[in-house]
Ligand binder design. Structure first.
Ligand code: TMP
Length: 227
């Protein structure tokens, strides 16, 4: 579970986008950024793995080289640590909106469910990397306030991806891999239903955006509310 029930003194909003490759999440980042800027909020738009020079270097290794799942998990959490310390935490402490394309849920979905790696080890790494950051007590994990989970059947996502670009290491995985990843996301969402918003990504793009906007209004993060 998220372990995010404790005091959270940073004034920023941490919003993440998740989903299997081809679910279409990244195509809504421009509109999301514009929406928050129109509310007068400062926005930091970033991604994982990545978001700092070091983390982008690690991203290249993770996406291009084959490696065992523990090595992969250590690299994505190393990238995450640098990203939190250098970018995410300072932004949240300033009161900015952090729009992050993927975060730790992706590790549980891809390395955990997809590659079959031990969730217990991932939870330990999550503790090491995310505990006590951004104004939280040492025992409380930094987690997104809201996670937009773009849920799409793996077979449809594969059709959307086909021919779209040269696939990286994960994008070239078979549909069975993405079925496991999708199950991993579903499990994370079920375990933290307050944080997750399920977006039906099978709909047309405009309707998907409508769902996003409606969810943010329902969560009270638009229209002048502080978070
Ligand atoms: P992107 O193409 O959406 O930017 O994501 C990069 C790829 O990295 C995507 O296939 C998912 C994968 N990934 C992991 O395997 N573990 C992680 O922790 C993260 C953040 C991404």
């Amino acid at each position: 579970m998220s372990g995010n029930s404790g005091r959270d003194t940073a004034p920023g909003l941490f919003l993440t986008l998740e989903g299997i490759d081809g679910a279409g999440k990244s195509s809504h980042l421009d509109a999301l950024e514009a929406l928050f800027r129109a509310q007068g909020r400062a926005v930091v738009r970033t991604r994982e793995p990545g978001g700092t020079a070091l983390a982008e270097t690690l991203r290249g290794l993770v996406l291009e080289q084959s490696m065992d799942p523990l090595t992969e998990s250590l690299l994505v959490f190393a990238a995450r640590r640098d990203h939190i310390v250098q970018v995410i935490e300072p932004a949240l402490l300033r009161g900015d909106v952090v729009l992050c394309d993927r975060f730790t849920d992706a590790t549980f979905a891809y390395q955990g469910a997809g590659r079959g790696f031990d969730d217990g080890v991932l939870a330990t790494l999550e503790q090491w990397v995310q505990a006590g950051r951004a104004g939280r007590p040492a025992t409380v994990l930094l987690q997104p306030h809201i996670t937009l989970w773009f849920d799409l059947a793996p077979a449809i996502a594969a059709q959307r991806l086909a021919g779209a670009r040269v696939p990286d290491k994960f994008e070239s995985q078979p549909v069975e891999f993405f079925s496991r990843v999708a199950q991993g996301y579903a499990a994370r969402a079920a375990a933290d239903a307050q944080r997750f918003v399920r977006i039906d990504a099978s709909q047309a793009r405009d309707q998907v955006w409508q769902q996003v906007e409606t969810a943010l209004v329902a969560r009270g993060v638009l229209g002048g509310t502080p978070r």
